[in-house]
Design a binder for this molecule. Structure first.
Ligand code: HEC
Ligand code: HEC
Length: 286
């Protein structure tokens, strides 16, 4: 554990201070959910991050022990209760085709295990990189004849949490080559672009300053393996694009739209930085 006295290590143009200080978290703790699902929270950095990060760490390793504990048992994890609310939607027939998700995909465990680990991915039949949300809305509109769900609305985020939950423990493994490469490059460019009045990029906080403090926040590496995430701050499940919004607003910048090609590209790139960490969603963060 670090014992260095708190000192200002970086001050950005608009005076936002980032502090190094003693960490309240236990970065070496093990995450085993329900005494059963072993989660990889630290891993070797993927080859494309060579030189950028010494290793990769889940956001869970940066949280306090109290917050960490909430994710170790599904009964304590409020995000898990939200995910369970989607089971009813999974089994309910909706739309003009009179079908439910279960009619085509079977149980969530049968139909969706492994899916969260490889998304976003290039979908050949659609000729585009898709997020899970895009796939769900495609099933709803084109296969069920039902209404689209709002991209970061509660129905959608509960469903993506349910789908993530059956992949917990599996390592994130998004493809960044072949037809997905172009979107990945675009996402990478956005990651290193400085936004807002504070003129800061994702990398300024999550690559150069992880483990330091910004205001009261202990900065993580900004990984996406835990999404959707139940945040103690707003007491609800948060979609990844919701988090991107918040991070860009923190730089006093103007975010892209949720579900926009820019955020889909950024999601693919951020996911690829976490290739090797386990899927954790729904996770608990502050
Ligand atoms: C001014 C600093 C700052 C910038 C710039 C910033 N973030 Fe963040 N971000 C935070 C803070 C603070 C948190 C909450 C604590 C943590 O997990 O780091 C956070 C959390 C996250 C998380 C959630 C991590 C988890 O485990 O739950 C993701 C993902 C993320 N940021 C992605 C991004 C992306 C992508 C960008 C660029 C568009 C970005 N951030 C820009 C400060 C920043
Ligand atoms: C009429 C049948 C049908 C219904 C109903 C349906 N889907 Fe699908 N879904 C499909 C087919 C077909 C695919 C593409 C199969 C493939 O390529 O793996 C698919 C793909 C998906 C995928 C991507 C899976 C992957 O491996 O890439 C997700 C996620 C998904 N559906 C979620 C849902 C959800 C959630 C619902 C209910 C709201 C739903 N689907 C309803 C037929 C359906």
């Amino acid at each position: 554990m670090k014992t260095a006295p708190i000192r200002v290590i970086t001050t950005f143009s608009a005076g936002l201070a980032i502090l190094a200080g003693a960490a309240a978290a236990d970065p070496d703790a093990d995450l085993v959910i329900n005494d059963e699902i072993q989660i990889i929270t630290r891993a070797e950095a993927p080859a494309h991050l060579e030189g950028a990060l010494p290793e990769i760490r889940s956001g869970w390793t940066f949280r306090t022990r109290e917050t960490q504990a909430l994710q170790m048992d599904d009964f304590e994890n409020p995000g898990f209760s939200a995910a369970e609310m989607a089971i009813e939607a999974w089994e309910t027939a909706e739309g003009s085709a009179g079908k439910s998700c279960a009619d085509c995909h079977g149980t969530v465990e049968e139909g969706m295990r492994g899916v969260r680990a490889v998304y976003p991915k290039w979908v050949e039949s659609a000729g585009e990189v898709r997020t899970i949300e895009m796939q769900i809305n495609d099933c709803r509109t084109n296969r069920m004849g039902a209404e689209e769900w709002k991209y970061i609305g509660a129905d959608m985020v509960n469903m993506t949490a349910l789908i993530a939950s059956v992949s917990r423990g599996l390592p994130v493994n998004v493809a960044i080559d072949g037809p997905a490469r172009e979107m990945w490059e675009k996402g990478k460019e956005i990651y290193y672009t400085r936004f807002g009045q504070l003129d800061m990029s994702c990398a300024n906080c999550h690559e150069e300053n992880y483990d330091n403090y910004i205001r009261a926040d202990h900065l993580s590496m900004g990984m996406s393996n835990g999404f959707p995430t139940y945040r103690l701050k707003n007491t609800r499940l948060n979609a990844l694009h919701d988090r991107f919004n918040g991070c860009i607003r923190d730089t006093r910048g103007v975010p892209f739209d949720v579900g926009s090609p820019e955020f889909v590209a950024l999601e693919l790139y951020v996911a690829s930085r976490g290739n090797g960490l386990s899927v954790e969603g729904p996770s608990v963060r502050n």
